[in-house]
Design a protein. Structure first.
Lengths: 129, 323
């Protein structure tokens, strides 16, 4: 009696190995990331892009800004060293200490800004009141 | 860049207004704005002068009640004086009227030639920094804005003095905030403003108290500048000694500290005036500390002008807030 050959089960089709999937995904991600980075650096941010038609439409409708009432002005200042220049300090001026105590922080030299056009009126003078 | 330029006497000093063009179309021209500002300053002077018996300040000082009804202007002036006292640690004391009168400054010195400062310095007592008075009466003043009252012990008198000029300069600056550039000079207490002044600052000259020459020039694009000194309010007393109007709160006598003038920069004229007077009262060493942050100039008795700290308030940003 001959043994009848048992049919071999059909070989299951195996998918790609997990490492292949991971590497492929990573490669695709990096490629897309590099492309987008290049686009953004070139000034073409896809998130901000607009068709020329949209831009034209926006330009045709200028924004209206309504200032109802100006309530107050606030000038926020910072203190910076004054320039030591012929226009800002008269030749008669001396700097330094007068004896007791350590010398005061004296105005340090720095590039003077371009002189502003002087008003036509004589300079204001602060004097002992 | 022409400006309307007007000078006139008030508050025992010389006032000066420099006003540029209005920024907003509904505002009057610079000449009319100057007239309005002048009228405000004259009203301010009339109501707060200690030399005018009919002023509201004199009425307050003479009132025997503990709580005295007072206008918003007088309450503002008292608040400014109290603020200056706090800011200076008690050195700028607005309740030293009795000591000032005792020193010989009971009447306005407008038009009276001051004594020769050099002569006064030669006979002055040893130099020393002034100090606060721990029992100063300004601490007893209370403002009740809700009821429109000033509360203080009867007999405690208030002198708006220099803080009044600083306050007035700031108030007029507020009136002129719609103009391109302006200077409000209330007898040396000055306030500069306007957007054009930020880009093209005024070159403010500091007058040397001994030579009347320009001791220094400070570019100011906005904020306050004030000078305090001895040269314009110094006199010889009957006994041959000399006195001036800057009283040491600790002694009640004129302060001789080794410097003859101090100029200070600050965001407002009131603060600049307070810092300048504080520097004068502290002498050179203390003045360097006081003026270090905002900047300033002191002039020593030997005539040397010393520039201290930063001398420029550079605008970091300019905000316009719409209602």
């Amino acid at each position: 009696m001959t043994e009848q050959a048992r049919p071999r089960p059909a070989r299951r089709k195996r998918g790609p190995r997990p490492s292949t999937v991971v590497l492929s995904t990573l490669a695709a991600f990096l490629a897309i990331l590099a492309f987008l980075a290049f686009q953004v650096r070139a000034g073409h941010d896809p998130a901000l892009s607009r068709s020329s038609g949209q831009v034209a439409a926006v330009q045709q409708q200028p924004k209206r800004i309504v200032v109802r009432k100006v309530e107050d002005d606030y000038v926020i200042t910072k203190v910076v060293p004054a320039p030591r220049s012929a226009t800002s300090v008269q030749p008669a001026l001396t700097t330094g200490s007068s004896g007791g105590g350590s010398p005061a922080p004296v105005v340090t030299s720095s590039p003077a800004p371009a002189p502003a056009p002087a008003p036509a009126a004589p300079a204001p003078v602060t004097r002992t009141s | 860049m022409s400006e309307h330029d007007v000078s006139f006497p008030a508050m025992g000093s010389e006032m000066r207004l420099l006003i540029g063009e209005p920024i907003e179309p509904h505002l009057p021209g610079p000449a009319e704005a100057a007239e309005q500002a002048r009228a405000y300053i004259e009203r301010f002077d009339a109501r707060l002068s200690r030399f005018r018996p009919d002023s509201e300040l004199c009425a307050l000082n003479a009132d025997p009640r503990e709580a005295v009804p007072a206008s918003a202007l007088l309450r503002s002036a008292v608040a400014a004086g109290l603020w200056a006292a706090e800011r200076s640690g008690g050195l700028v004391d607005p309740t030293l009227l009795g000591a000032i009168e005792d020193a010989g400054y009971g009447e306005s010195r407008r038009g009276v030639a001051p004594a020769v400062l050099g002569k006064a310095l030669a006979s002055a007592p040893p130099r020393r920094p002034a100090g606060p008075n721990p029992a100063a009466r300004w601490r007893e003043f209370r403002l009740d804005d809700a009821a429109g009252l000033i509360r203080r012990p009867p007999g405690a008198r208030f002198d708006s003095g220099g803080s009044g000029k600083g306050l007035c300069a700031d108030a007029v600056a507020h009136m002129l905030r719609g103009y391109s550039r302006f200077v409000v000079d209330c007898g040396g207490d000055m306030r500069v403003g306007g957007p054009d002044a930020l880009s093209a600052p005024y070159q403010v000259e500091v007058e040397h108290p001994l030579t009347r020459e320009c001791a220094a020039t400070i570019p100011v694009g906005g904020g306050g500048v004030a000078t305090s000194g001895l040269n314009s309010r110094v006199w010889e007393r009957a006994d041959g000694s000399f006195a001036h109007h800057l009283i040491d709160p600790a002694t009640g006598e004129p302060a001789w500290t080794g410097i003859v003038s101090a100029t200070a920069l600050a965001p407002s004229a009131l603060e600049a005036e307070t810092l300048a007077k504080t520097a004068m009262l502290l002498g050179a060493r203390g003045a360097r500390e006081v003026l270090r942050v905002r900047g300033g100039v002191i002039v020593h008795e030997d005539g040397r002008a010393e520039l201290i700290g930063s001398l420029r308030l550079e605008p970091l940003m300019h905000l316009r807030v719409a209602a």
